[in-house]
Design a protein around this ligand. Structure first.
Ligand SMILES: CC(C)(COP(=O)(O)OP(=O)(O)OC[C@H]1O[C@@H](n2cnc3c(N)ncnc32)[C@H](O)[C@@H]1OP(=O)(O)O)[C@@H](O)C(=O)NCCC(=O)NCCS
Length: 197
């Protein structure tokens, strides 16, 4: 039997931004974004794919892999760009957790030079639209370190509910222990939020 896949957008526009999947040719700026964000991501996003690249060719290989993952719908890495300047301002990651529910996980970071402008909240709201309306999710989850106030702020502004707090489950490089806050959003809650906006 042939599986029919409904089409997915590869670009989403918001008031100030556009989000798009990575594509061949992105390696050059992606490598520079990687260099620029090393310290910025070290504390809360140490395993981010952006930190795994060591040169421009590595970066080009990675964006092509991420584009291929989008194509087979195993994960969706979106770059968020300023519509006026085309500057890369943030990345949003969406990955399938459970096809039965269906449940997706969402993750994000702001480019170091574009933090504190509301871009991540704007991008995550758009990504939630993609997840609920196009991927037809029933729920989305997100987790973050319990000391990551900026990340908690994004989750709350986007209307996610706190679903749990696991205490002192991570040992940090400086020896301290921190916990994990779990957030979630159901499709009906997303629809109620979208109606209010
Ligand atoms: C967590 C992180 C993504 C938050 O980024 P951010 O830029 O603070 O998030 P937002 O885009 O929602 O911006 C909110 C800030 O912009 C300000 N802002 C300015 N203009 C704004 C506008 N037009 N609309 C909304 N907010 C605006 C808000 O007041 C808020 O500032 P405040 O926190 O000082 O009150 C970022 O700190 C980051 O990348 N950290 C490192 C990686 C990380 O922790 N990732 C998450 C792991 S779970």
């Amino acid at each position: 039997m042939t599986r029919t896949l409904h089409p997915l957008p590869t670009r989403i526009d918001t008031e100030r931004l556009y989000l798009r999947c990575y594509e061949p040719g992105d390696g050059r700026w992606f490598y520079h974004a990687s260099l620029r964000n090393r310290d910025h991501l070290a504390r809360y996003e140490a395993d981010n794919v952006l930190l795994s690249v060591e040169n421009e060719q590595d970066a080009e290989n990675l964006v092509r892999e991420l584009a291929a993952e989008w194509e087979v719908r195993s994960s969706f890495f979106m770059g968020a760009f300023d519509r006026a300047t085309d500057d890369f301002v943030a990345q949003v990651y969406v990955g399938l957790v459970s096809p039965d529910v269906p449940e997706y996980a969402i993750g994000f970071f702001a480019d170091r030079d574009h933090e504190g402008k509301g871009y991540v909240t704007e991008a995550v709201r758009a990504a939630l639209g993609f997840v609920f309306e196009h991927l037809r999710a029933h729920r989305v989850r997100m987790e973050c370190d319990d000391t990551n106030a900026r990340s908690i702020g994004v989750a709350e502004r986007c209307g996610l509910s706190r679903e749990g707090h696991v205490r002192e489950n991570k040992r940090n490089p400086d020896g301290t222990l921190t916990g994990t806050i779990h957030f979630g959003l159901l499709k009906r809650e997303y629809e109620a939020l979208a109606e209010k906006r």
